[in-house]
Design a protein around this ligand. Structure first.
Ligand code: GDP
Ligand code: IMO
Ligand code: MG
Length: 427
């Protein structure tokens, strides 16, 4: 059985949680490999509704082992809170493990995320303020504290005192903020270390062993292609790669071990935070999508910006991630629309663009070129087979497939596990 990834095809919040929860039934392992608790993955199943920020969405299956691999940044408080929430719902965390190599989100990361955003003024990225960016900056700057460092108390203190002196200088001298006290941070994180210790493993070894045994490993992506550090709407992106090479880097396996990459796309588009969004709707239609779909952030509660499906973004996502298939979610949200638009290209003046430009300034100027399709105007939430979809709905799926440039494997017609139409087997 293969290693198989589920990633976001747009700007995040595409419904990865639902799709991972669905596909995890056949998996032995579900693994987060990037991002941190900036993610918010909603899972609705027979046990209730859950908002997963760090813990993989496979946790609801007793036979599935869930890993947070080396590519994830861990906020211990957020992790422990999530563990408690699951336990209260009677869900076992005995098969849940964290990589000893994962980096830790420290209090100064969260403070700096806020201070940096404030200093950006009107150019603020609109981060989740969870300290993700500053934690990944420290990882690259070789100033990070990893889970293994926390567990070695003596070395942890030495390392923390050096790093904290630097961070306090930045916070006090650059931002005029209050410094953090070494003893307080040290003691708090020593307590976390004791609580985290039973979860810590060499997750890369576990994953390689699983693949050797031929067990199915499902890789749970976070964020979405257009938030990718290299290929997204830079600088309005997150601080990590979200697919492509980050898959194997965030896990400790060779890239040839990944057999399939499925990207999740909403049947329209949303985005939270700042940055270019050519198909954004500022009219009644955008409002209708937001309210019908309750498009408010799972992590921050912010209203999501809503717009039509962007085929330029989708094709780009397919190409940069080497997609083998696509899942379309929130199809039911379009049930009431008399016509539905899809963006097939961008225009700036007389120039036509078929891929998102690298320059953010140029991207901001891109005007969508639309094709308008007839809506189906009837409920799809109870439909379970592609054949039974109204002809206009089938045509819409086919149009998305053509725009994305890879086969659509499933269409989701509601948030629950069973509200899914399997179009074809996932390759
Ligand atoms: P993720 O971050 O990609 O996991 O997505 P989020 O959980 O942040 O946001 C997706 C939202 O869409 C959640 O509220 C899901 O419960 C919901 N959802 C997923 N699939 C469907 C669907 O097909 N129809 C509807 N109506 N809601 C869906
Ligand atoms: P899931 O996994 C949607 C966005 C933030 C902001 C930018 C940078 O639920 O799809 P960060 O805190 O990462 O430094 O913020 O990225 N962002 C997300 N948007 N879904 C997410 O995750 C996101 N994670 C980060 O809104 O624009
Ligand atoms: Mg989300």
């Amino acid at each position: 059985m293969p290693a198989f990834a589920v990633i976001g095809g747009q700007w995040g919040d595409e419904g990865k949680g639902k799709i991972v929860d669905l596909l995890a039934e056949k998996a032995k392992f579900v693994v987060r490999f990037s991002g941190g608790n900036n993610a918010g993955h909603t899972v609705i199943n027979q046990l209730g509704e859950f908002k997963m920020h760090l813990i993989p969405s496979g946790i609801f299956y007793p036979g599935v082992t869930c890993l947070m691999a080396n590519g994830v940044v861990i906020d211990p408080a957020a992790f422990l809170e999530e563990v408690e929430t699951l336990k209260k719902s009677g869900i076992s965390v005995s098969n849940l493990f964290i990589s000893d190599r994962a980096h830790v989100i420290m209090p100064y990361h969260i403070l700096l995320d806020g201070l940096e955003e404030k200093s950006r003024g009107k150019g603020a990225i609109g981060t989740t303020l969870k300290g993700i960016g500053p934690a990944f900056v420290d990882k690259i700057a070789r100033m990070g504290i990893r889970i293994c460092d926390l567990l070695d108390k003596e070395n942890f203190r030495k390392r923390l005192s050096t790093v904290l002196e630097y961070k306090n200088n930045v916070m006090v001298k650059l931002y005029g903020a209050a410094p953090l006290a070494l003893d307080e941070v040290y003691e708090k994180y020593c307590k976390y270390a004791n609580q985290l210790a039973p979860f810590v493993r060499e997750t890369d070894v576990i994953i390689r062993e699983a693949l050797k045994k031929g067990e199915m490993v499902l890789l749970e992506g976070a964020q979405g292609s257009m938030l990718d550090l290299d290929f997204g709407t830079y600088p309005y992106v997150t601080s990590t790669a979200i697919g492509g090479a980050s898959l194997s880097m965030g896990l400790g396996i060779g890239s040839k071990k990944i057999d399939g990459v499925i990207a999740v796309f909403k049947a329209y588009t949303t985005r939270v935070g700042g940055g270019a969004f050519p198909t954004e709707l500022h009219d009644e239609c955008g409002h209708l999508i937001r309210e019908r779909a309750h498009e408010y952030g799972t992590t921050t509660g912010r209203p999501r910006r809503c717009g039509w499906f962007d085929g330029v973004v989708a094709r780009f996502s397919s190409e940069i991630n080497g997609l083998t298939s696509a899942a379309i979610t929130r199809f039911d949200i379009l049930d009431t629309f008399p016509t539905i638009k899809v963006c097939t290209a961008y225009k700036v003046g007389r120039t036509t663009y078929h891929r998102p430009p690298a320059s953010q300034a140029l991207f901001e100027k891109c005007q969508p070129v639309y094709e308008e399709l007839p809506g189906w105007q009837c409920p799809t939430t109870d439909i379970r087979s592609f054949k039974k979809l109204p002809p206009q709905a089938k045509a819409y799926v086919k149009k998305l497939e053509e725009l994305i440039g890879c086969p659509v494997s499933l269409v989701s017609v509601g948030p629950a596990r069973d509200q899914t139409i399997m179009v074809r087997p996932i390759p």
